[in-house]
Design a protein around this ligand. Sequence first.
Ligand code: DAH
Length: 360
Amino acid sequence: MDGLDALKAKYLAALGSATGEAALEEVRLAALGKKGEISALMSTLGKMEPEARKAAGAMLNVVKDEIDAALRAKKAALADAALDERLRSEWLDVTLPGRPRPRGTIHPVSQVMEELTAIFADMGFSVAEGPQVESDWYNFDALNIPPEHPARQEHDTFFMARASDDPRPPHVLRTHTSPVQIRAMMAQGAPIRVIAPGRVYRMDMDQTHAPMFHQVEGLAIDRDISMANLKWTLEEFCRAFFEVPSVELRFRASHFPFTEPSAEVDIRCSWKDGQLKIGEGDSWLEILGSGMVHPKVLASAGVDPTQWQGFAFGMGIDRIAMLKYGIPDLRAFFDSDLRWLRHYGFSSLDMPNLPGGLSR
Ligand code: DAH
């Protein structure tokens, strides 16, 4: 068989320069396919003399096997190269964070609201709400503050506009969260245990006062609730909120129209090198007003004061946020300064809870 070496060299060279599956298949068909050159030579064997056929057949088989082996080797090499390329181009850094870090932060006031809600929820209080534009009956009368009462002047109230010929008293921006006590009792009756965090408004503005600020109201009414329950509840709250092993509270006799008796509550603290420490020291800081709910208040909310009694308290949220997180100026709370928010803000993915820790 002449030219067999040249034929072999031609196909091996073609395989050498083939760059993909399709080119390989072309070479295979041209050489070994049914109509390929090697197959055509094979079909000439039948017409040969037996001796010559034997020799030619053996030579043809060797060449066929060589081309076949080269084909397989090239196929494997191409597959390896393709895999290498995929590994190189599809590389992934699994140590990268799964999601980009959220850019926004939770405002300290929102954080503190979540924290105190978690603490009071643990003690069986649910959250109640009321409107920020409130009728003067809910904001004052129902809380035993009649029109001529001096407390009305002390509240620096914002009044809503009324038509000049409308004889009804104007609505107000609520001056405290206490009206939510009335709404909650009217809606749920007694027994009841609620807190009501939210915005309140007074015409006042300096380093420690803003015209809009936040309070949380607390209310617990049952058959035999006393000042002792109030004291335990507030101590338990302060210990959990300020995340200290123990706190000491001081109850000072005071006066609010909606409670009798009434007490203002101070917490023991110390100022060292401008640093405030809660729970130890020789100073006292006022943090809230409280007392036993006045029978007239229960009655105006439809709760029978001969059957039910309980305590209420009102606490400034901005104030306790400043104390806990060492924020010196209240006005910064409402400036919407992103640098301040990034410094004092909290991660949006950490929900405060008692087992996990309130502030992380
Ligand atoms: N509403 C009062 C205020 O804004 C705070 C307050 C005092 C609320 C005593 C109460 C309470 O529920 O019992 O100044």
